[in-house]
Design a binder for this molecule. Structure first.
Ligand code: CS2
Length: 497
């Protein structure tokens, strides 16, 4: 079969959407750090739709892979073209997909191969925006406090080596330094990761790092660059071989790296851009005054319950989110968690019907065409749980409210650190703090009582922060942990009222 590339576009089936503009005329306005599946199914799609709607050619994407060459190697022979397959089921439950070939990626750089090229791209006159989807751990910060980790090897390296950074924060700051040195103006730095106040968090890390290398640069950034916060929402599972085969069959040519997504798309972004932006509202985004309330809603409702499903599902042996949410006790648990423990902590949002939001979320999780693996979502829990579950826990404890379901979700994360499901099958615990977490579990296991075990587990400061040893948290965690250890996730869920 031939390969997807510009010459193949004309022969694609008529129902495949494709670029309808002159790709050669596309200026490289966006440098995007972390060109994974999520960015290709979210930022790139909204930018493509905006471009089709208004013909603004300033916003081509220069993608940067932060670690590996795989995306570049897949997309270079396709001259940056790739397919987004949006999948769900029709009313009769039959899976269906819509295909769209995206043309906005002009170039893919591989940071470790050529760090200078990344710095030069950030400094280029055409660059107006640097966006990031580098996952939570890519920020090299302390998840509980948001502070830059000076003990992080990549940060320590980058503070000393301006010319060949390794971390995203190092690339941003040294790239901005080069911009300033070359007389180019300030730009926007846009985080699209699932962090609370992601713009402000990025700004704090960038300013802290910049202040350590050059006070003048730190001032220049502070005075001219902007860091809008934004809430992003779209479920994008990792692409599988089966996805590649299905997309190739539908296209009639091979795409080495298509991405699969749900049809749902949401993006609430603060309209504070230092050097302009694409008209993303033409591609489904919403410009908002403050993104934080939307981030709060999304992190606690969508990601909080997603992580709960992932850990409970992994323990119970449910491999995908739709399989897990199809189990009545888990579905009831998630609905109750959202309804009784998460929703009451959220401030009212203009135009938002929380009950409809919850119902639509459960329907998204039940999408049978995504096969989103619980093990994928279980990754990097130490970086995710503070904003997904612990903020809610903190608010509820402060208000004297029960946290039983939140505690079960946390207990499932802690139990999954044993690397073994309820049937004794082993899996890998994929977490940047895995070694420290293994020590923690060993220490907890040496305790004599359930209460002492739970107490020891909450002492893990990077995750629990000021909740370490909190009596209300320990009191709710201890029975949840005991139940998961004793009778497993499935029976624990069944026993919950
Ligand atoms: C998921 C998210 O992998 C995960 O941790 O919870 O990637 C989730 O699918 C998206 O945030 C949905 O917008």
């Amino acid at each position: 079969m031939s390969r997807l590339d510009p010459a193949a576009l004309a022969a694609l089936p008529a129902d495949v959407q494709r670029p309808a503009y002159d790709r050669d005329a596309l200026a490289p306005g966006i440098v995007h750090l972390g060109l994974g599946a999520f960015a290709r199914a979210h930022l790139a799609v909204a930018t493509e739709a905006a471009r089709h709607a208004d013909g603004d050619m300033r916003w081509g994407l220069v993608g940067v892979s932060m670690r590996e060459a795989a995306v570049r190697d897949a997309l270079a022979p396709q001259q940056g073209l790739y397919t987004v397959a949006t999948r769900d089921a029709d009313d009769a439950g039959r899976p269906r997909q819509r295909l769209r070939v995206i043309g906005g990626v002009r170039e893919v750089l591989v940071a470790p191969e050529d760090p200078t090229a990344v710095l030069r791209a950030i400094a280029r006159p055409a660059t107006r925006l640097v966006s990031l989807t580098i996952t939570e751990k890519g920020y090299a910060h302390d998840p509980a406090t948001g502070a830059l980790r000076l003990d992080h090897p990549a940060i320590a390296h980058d503070l000393a080596h301006a010319e060949a950074p390794r971390s995203a924060i190092g690339f941003v700051v040294h790239g901005l330094a080069l911009r300033r040195a070359q007389g180019q103006g300030p730009i926007t730095l846009l985080s699209l990761d699932n962090l609370p106040a992601n713009g402000r968090t990025l700004q704090g890390l960038v300013q802290d790092f910049a202040g350590r290398v050059d006070a003048g640069l730190a001032r220049w950034i502070e005075q001219g660059c902007t860091f809008p916060s934004s809430m992003v929402d779209r479920i994008v599972p990792r692409t599988t071989e089966a996805d590649r085969a299905a997309v190739a069959a539908a296209l009639g040519c091979d795409d080495a790296w298509p991405v699969v997504a749900e049809p749902f798309f949401d993006w609430a972004v603060e309209d504070r851009f230092a050097a302009g932006r694409p008209a993303w509202e033409l591609g489904g985004a919403r410009a908002v005054e403050r993104a934080e309330p939307w981030e709060h809603l999304k992190l606690r409702m969508v990601n909080g319950s997603h992580s709960a499903i992932a850990y409970l599902g992994l323990l119970a042996g449910w491999r995908t989110v739709d399989e897990a949410i199809g189990q009545a006790p888990l579905r009831r648990f998630v609905d109750d968690l959202l309804r009784h423990e998460v929703a009451p902590t959220l401030p009212p949002l203009p135009g938002l019907d929380l009950a409809a939001y919850r119902a639509s979320l459960l329907a998204r999780f039940a999408n049978p065409a995504l096969a989103h693996r619980t093990q994928q979502i279980a990754m990097d829990g130490s970086q995710k749980l503070p904003q997904r579950l612990l903020g809610t826990v903190r608010d509820r404890i402060a208000a004297g409210q029960p946290i039983d379901r939140l505690a079960l979700a946390l207990a499932a994360w802690l139990q999954h650190l044993s690397g073994c499901d309820d049937a004794g099958r082993e899996f890998t615990v994929d977490d940047p703090l895995a070694a420290a977490l293994a020590d923690l579990v060993a220490k907890a296991d040496a305790q004599a009582t359930a209460h002492a075990r739970a107490d020891a587990l909450t002492r893990f400061a990077p995750v629990f922060g000021d909740l370490a040893g909190h009596p209300a948290l320990v009191a709710a965690l201890a029975p949840a942990l005991e139940s998961l250890r004793g009778r497993g996730a499935r029976a624990t869920l069944e026993a919950m009222t």
